[in-house]
Design a protein around this ligand. Structure first.
Ligand code: SAM
Length: 264
């Protein structure tokens, strides 16, 4: 079967890599695992061997058909539930139990998958994701922050687990990959309003990369309030968004409570 570029298809070639990813997720026999993009089923097999149940969502109907044959026994027993649909139309509230998210995700959906599942009302207890190496580094290793690293750190603890070279996939992608885990996932916000304020502030802060944070914040906060808010949040007035740690952003969001924060 030809890999479809538009669906970000790069299939794992070796059982050993799938086993390492499944092992890193710390799955036990009482766990439900959600897998996005099972593809040819390499990782699915390793997940099924460890979990009580795997729910797999595959957008490619041709692959879904092949998976139905390959895993006919597991589908019949209920150990595997296969949904032939786009993950963007999936509602995690339909999983009626705690679950872990483990997947070799299509790279074009990385940001969307991480943000959507962290922010959903029924978020996974942990995520173990094969992503582009550069993304895993930016989220878990870099001293510079980004929109994605701050969103991840607000909800959980990211860790760079191990590198998977591009040669481990067919077809080989242009860059290396890495396993990124996010554990201790919880909602850090007291209410929806606080979460909205935090995301409005970080979106504004990163809107123009070359501008200083203070200037960017004028898009969502009153000009006269910005310098006072930065000072109260113990953020230098000439800081750039990428140099401000999560705790300081949370302080800034708390300080801006009561102030009018516009949507970006
Ligand atoms: N898990 C397999 C493996 O490790 O060999 C395949 C990984 S491949 C990088 C990504 C998979 O996600 C493909 O099977 C692709 O068809 C599927 N996919 C792409 N876009 C999707 C979407 N919007 N919803 C669900 N699955 C999608």
């Amino acid at each position: 079967m030809r890999a479809k570029k538009s669906l970000g298809q790069h299939f794992l070639m070796h059982r050993q890599t799938a086993e390492r990813i499944a092992a890193a997720a710390g799955i036990t026999k009482s766990d439900t695992v959600l897998e996005i993009g099972p593809g040819t089923g390499m990782l699915t097999k390793s997940l099924l061997a460890r979990a009580k149940q795997v729910i797999a969502i595959e957008a490619d109907t041709e692959l879904a058909g092949a998976l139905r044959e390959l895993f006919s026994k597991e589908l019949a027993s209920g150990a595997l539930v296969l949904l032939a649909q786009d993950v963007r139309a999936f509602d995690s509230a339909t999983i009626n139990t705690p679950y872990l998210l483990v997947a070799n995700i299509p790279y074009y959906l990385t940001g969307m998958i991480v943000r959507t599942f962290l922010e959903s009302a029924h978020r996974p207890t942990s995520m173990t994701l094969l992503v582009q190496k550069e993304v895993a580094e930016r989220v878990a290793r870099s001293k510079k922050e980004s929109l994605l690293s701050l969103a991840v750190k607000a909800y959980g603890t990211p860790q760079y687990v191990f590198t998977v070279p591009r040669g481990a996939f067919t077809p080989a992608p242009a860059v290396d990959s890495a396993v990124l885990s996010i554990t201790h996932i919880q909602n850090p916000f007291k209410n929806e309003e606080e979460g909205r304020r935090f995301f409005s502030l970080i979106h504004a802060g990163f809107a123009h990369k070359r501008k200083r944070l203070a200037k960017n914040l004028e898009m969502v906060l009153e000009k006269g309030f910005v310098l006072r808010a930065l000072s109260d949040a113990r953020i230098p007035k000439d800081a750039r968004a990428e140099d401000v740690a999560l705790v300081a952003w949370l302080r800034l969001a708390a300080i801006s409570s009561g102030a009018h924060v516009s949507e970006v």
